[in-house]
Every structure is written in C-alpha cells, then in structure tokens.
Design a protein around this ligand. Sequence first.
Ligand code: XIL
Length: 380
Amino acid sequence: MMRRLLYDLPLVLMALPLWYACCATPSAGNVTLKDALKDKFHIGVALNEALITGRDTAGVRVLEQQFSAIVAENCMKSMHIHPEENRYDFTLPDQFVALGEKNKMWITGHTLIWHSQLSPWFCVDEEGNNVSPEVLKQRMKAHISTIVGRYKGRIKGWDVVNEAILDNGELRRSKFYEILGEEYLPLAFRYAHEADPQAELYYNDYNEWFPAKRDAIVKLVRSLKEKGVRIDGVGMQGHVDMEYPAIEEYEKSILAFTQAGVKVMITEFDLSILPMPDRNVGAEVSAGFEYREELNPYRNGVPAGRMQEWTNRMGDFFDLFLKHRDKVTRVTMWGITDRDSWKNDFPIHGRTDYPLLFDRDYQPKAAVSRIIKAAEGVGF
Ligand code: XIL
C-alpha cells in the first residue's frame, strides 16, 4: 500500500497545478457574474427575439450562465404586444416569461405607457384625431390590466411609465399628456397596481443625471406617494458614453431617488465607445444623425489602449453600483453581446459599437473579470 502511494505521488504532484488551474479556486475565469453579484443585486439583461425564441443558442448559454434577471427589449412595447385595439400578441412575451421562470430569474415587464413604439391606434380615433380623456383612460386601463393581469405573480416588476420627463424637467408633450395632462401618470400606476397588487412598479427614464430632470423625477415620486399611489422604484436606463455623465452626477441621482423613498435600478446599461454627435442625445429615440466616417472609428477593432479606458469606465460604474448595493436592487445590461446592441444603430445608423460585457464571439470582455473581482472584494 505504502509502496503504491510512493509510486503514484510524483504523478499526483504533476497533475495538481493542472487541476488547480481548471477547477480549484474561483478565479474570475470560472465564477460567473450572477454568482459574484448574488448577494449584491440582480444582474439582468434585455432579451431580443433571437434570445427569447432560443434561435441564438450561444447567447442563451451565456444568458443562463451569467445573468439572474431579464427584461424584454421590444416585444412588450405597445406596438408589438397590442397592435390593434382588439388584438394582443402574446407569442413572444409568453416565451420570454417562460424562459425566465425556467431559469428562476427576476422578470421585469417593459413597458406599459410610453410615447415611443406606441401602437398607432392607441391615442386616436379612426380619423386620426385625439380621443377624449375618457376613452384614453379606458384604453389605458384595458391595456394595462390585460397585460399585467396575464402575468400576475410571474412578472415581478413593471416599468409602468417610460420617459415622461424631458431633460429640462418639463413633462414631455406626448399624446398621453396632450389628452390627459399630468393625470395620466398616477392613473397608469393605479391601473397597474389594481391588476397585480404584489408587483413592484417603476418609473423609468434616461439622462437622469441632468439636474432639472433629476429634480423633476424626485418631485414626481413624492407627488405619487402623497396621493397614495404605489411606486417602488426609479429605473435609471444608463445609456452612457465615454464622456458623460460624470460618475459623481450619476451617484447624486441614485442618492436623490433613494431619499425620495424608492429603490433604484439600473435598467438599460450600455457604455458606448463611440463619439457622440451631441451630448444631449442620451436615449432620445427620435434623435438621428447623419453617418460620417470619423464618427465610426472602430469598424475593424478597438486599439488596446482605448479598450482599456472603456474597461476602466465600465468598472468604475460597477464600483458605484456596488458601493450603493443597499439601494440598487438590479443592474440590467441592454443586451448580451456587442453584436446585439441597439447602439450600433443609434443615434447614427450603421456604426460598430462595443457597449456591452460580451464581445461579438460571445466571449466575456476584460470588464467581466474586473466586475467579478470588485464584487468579491466588497463583501456583503
Ligand atoms: C430600443 C431597442 O433596443 C431597439 O431595438 C428599438 O429599435 C428602439 O428601442 N429606451 C428604452 C428602450 O426604454 O426601450 C429602448 O430600446 C432604448 C431607449
């Protein structure tokens, strides 16, 4: 027996480093994002059609390994889910919810009331004139209660109203505002609460680090609470770039919203590496700029130094989220790989951007291990 052990020992010793490298300590290589962030906040991602249907098999693999929360990138917006007044299309939304349940993920619904990707019939009559306030209320109520009711108890939180406030703090002159005035905001939250009293309800927007916009959102949260209307959180989209915003400005908004008595979630995070044609764009989906070669500098790859700057800035944002892990309940990336990102076409069509955590070959970028190390470093 002893002789046998002595005989095998050199072999065992030789194999040890190999075993250590592949299976032993949790190096950033084998700890996943969702493991590392488990006790901090949900790490989520927006799903496009190819992911929801499973056509993007490599993407689904990354999704299931790395993420603990999902939101639908497009299929629950009114023009898709409710294309005609008497017709809903739940094909993709049903698959989306089933995928999340199969993986025990936190599922968020996006979005109930939004001026963009709005069903053309929603606010007008057959002649194209605005409907009366009463009719719009009925339509909002039917829309919200049908969708929220269908997924009652399964979708855990809803972006009830999206992008109602402009960067200068005024209410956006959307059709909802034109017809109902600011009244449409509490109404939407009330209808959602009636349809699923357990669901969390959020107000979601971009550019919330603009001081006037930040203040207006705080005011909105306070006024909803004063009216006794349920609101659980403010979603900060977080479509950021290499220059804006300053991390400190972003932090001020996390603190301001928390002080107004709600949770904060980062709902649509991506970090564009490309030059922004105008600093005020944010995620104003109607914005569009003409293509120019100099605004698309990384068509064939990003120089290492520039990529390092991107990694550092992504890391700095996650450091901020980790610092405020008692306030931030979820950080959701707006897509899995760079190839999926809407930023390749926004605000200029046809560029090559690198805003997400996984590259075009589904490989984790350096930022992923940077985030995992930071998460492991902060404790609980
Ligand atoms: C974007 C999608 O990513 C695109 O595929 C679509 O063409 C336009 O909308 N703010 C939001 C998101 O709340 O729903 C938007 O998503 C991005 C800006």
